[in-house]
Write a new protein. Structure first.
Ligand code: ZN
Length: 464
């Protein structure tokens, strides 16, 4: 059904104006000061957006849905994750393919794509996690890039002995990325230092979730960013530091950018909203707030916001990783290193960013769109996403900037059993959300039908 979005205030990464948007056949086909509904096909649905912001659909560049961890799996599937995303205003996400250490890359691609294909309500892509890099893997990785439109890699400098990549392989992979025009995203923490510090703390009887942060302090992350930047500089590869959490790491990134290293920076919403005291709560409550890099001292928040405003940081994602408090997080009851990592926020990201960033004046509306949508679309080659322009996909969020509501596990769409922002009041809500011209959320509720309408977005490598 064609859509006319009328009388909205249209806000993109670089514009802010009033106008009407007409969508037909999954695309935006007209944007004008005023479009007369009488001139349109009779089945056109008119959405009144007066008093509302009209944003391009938001893009989350960092989510986990199908996520094995020590014999268990994260709680969402693509049906619930994409439902949560859409209700929160996110219309495209990039999930990480997280292969087992000995799994062939093509087999992993097929496994992850198989989970998303008939389940996702929204469009999606994948970062290809690289944990094995022998001749067979190299050949398959090239094929995945070429034949399946996967234009980004993911590596871990952290998680020693499980997922971490050796320096030899990091150098070779970045060289391959440069050759293929593929950007490499990286979890930047020094794996060796973390492993040693974890063992030291555990041997001292320090086993609770409050010891997670001290086992991987800010220097461990700053060293990781420095390490990635060094290898990017030596190979000429384009790289992207995921979930950058603190001033020390931002400073390393800024210095690398200043000397011409092609390094992009992501931060994720928990690091703007929460701090290490959340992980220090008694009765193991702190386990809800265990993620890596860990929640930091609040003093880092101003630096993270300033980095968004200045452009040092390009994107705000979530690192959505939904493990239940009961039955999963408590696997680490006696040993914080066994707590599954993650603070789910795929639905909450946009309203938290709006409440904590825009409403407080820390970032303006154009920056908001840029960091939550446009930059991710551009960096990762998601054609048709991240903008409101004629020819773009009709992924649109009609946003009520004054609507107040309370975040809670009782009302969220994710299947995880807790909400890290339980009871928080936020201002702003995605009122109407469209995915390629189809209304998928109304009045903040999900109205999509059969799962599987979401598509794998094929991406072209652009990072030569
Ligand atoms: Zn992640």
């Amino acid at each position: 059904m064609p859509l006319l979005i009328k009388n909205g205030r249209i806000i993109t990464a670089d514009a802010d104006y009033h106008g009407d948007i007409y969508c037909a056949g999954e695309k935006i086909t007209r944007i004008e000061d005023s479009i007369d509904p009488g001139s349109l096909p009779s089945d056109t649905e008119v959405i009144n957006a007066s008093g509302r912001y009209v944003f391009p659909g938001f893009v989350d560049p960092h989510v986990h849905v199908h996520l094995p961890f020590m014999g268990t799996f994260a709680k969402d599937d693509h049906e619930s994750a994409s439902r949560a995303a859409i209700v929160g205003g996110t219309t495209t996400y990039i999930e990480m393919i997280c292969p087992a250490p000995d799994q062939e890359p093509m087999d992993a691609f097929n496994e992850w794509q198989g989970k998303a294909k008939d389940q996702s309500h929204c469009d999606y892509s994948f970062h290809l996690g690289v944990v094995r890099f022998d001749d067979l893997a190299r050949e398959q990785i090239r094929r995945i890039v070429r034949d399946h439109g996967i234009a980004s890699f993911k590596v871990f400098l952290a998680y020693k002995g499980a997922l971490d990549i050796s320096d030899e392989n990091l150098f070779d992979l970045l060289s391959m990325g440069k050759e293929l025009g593929v950007i490499t995203t990286a979890h930047c923490e020094n794996a060796t230092a973390i492993a040693a510090m974890q063992q030291k703390l555990l041997s001292e009887g320090k086993t609770g979730p409050e010891w997670h942060e001290p086992s991987r302090p800010v220097r461990v992350e700053a060293e990781g960013v420095h390490h990635l930047a060094t290898f990017a500089e030596l190979t000429g590869a384009h790289v992207y530091a995921v979930h950058t959490s603190c001033a020390a790491a931002i400073e390393e990134a800024r210095a690398a950018q200043a000397r011409g290293v092609k390094l992009w920076v992501e931060s994720v919403i928990p690091h703007f909203a929460l701090d290490h005291t959340h992980a220090e709560q008694v009765n193991f409550e702190g386990a809800k707030y265990v993620m890596s890099p860990p929640l930091r001292d609040r003093a880092n928040h101003d630096v993270l916001w300033a980095a968004l405003a200045s452009g040092v940081t390009s994107t705000v994602g979530t690192d959505h990783a939904p493990f239940d408090f009961n039955g999963q997080k408590d696997m680490g009851k006696d040993d914080f290193t066994l707590i599954p990592n993650g603070i789910p926020s795929i639905q909450e990201r946009i309203d938290l960013l709006h409440t904590l960033g825009v409403k407080t004046g820390r970032i303006d509306l154009n920056t908001f769109v840029r960091v939550a949508s446009t930059n991710a679309a551009q960096i990762f080659g998601l054609k048709g996403k991240g903008t409101i322009s004629v020819g773009a996909d009709a992924d649109i969020v009609v946003y009520d900037p004054e609507h107040k509501h309370t975040l809670s596990a009782k009302t969220h769409q994710s299947q995880v059993d807790y909400n890290g922002f339980e009871g928080w009041e936020v201002t702003g809500r995605a009122e109407t959300v469209t995915v390629r011209g189809k209304v998928m959320a109304r009045d903040g509720g999900f109205v999509g039908d059969e799962p599987g309408r979401g598509r794998l977005i094929q991406r072209e490598p652009t990072h030569f």
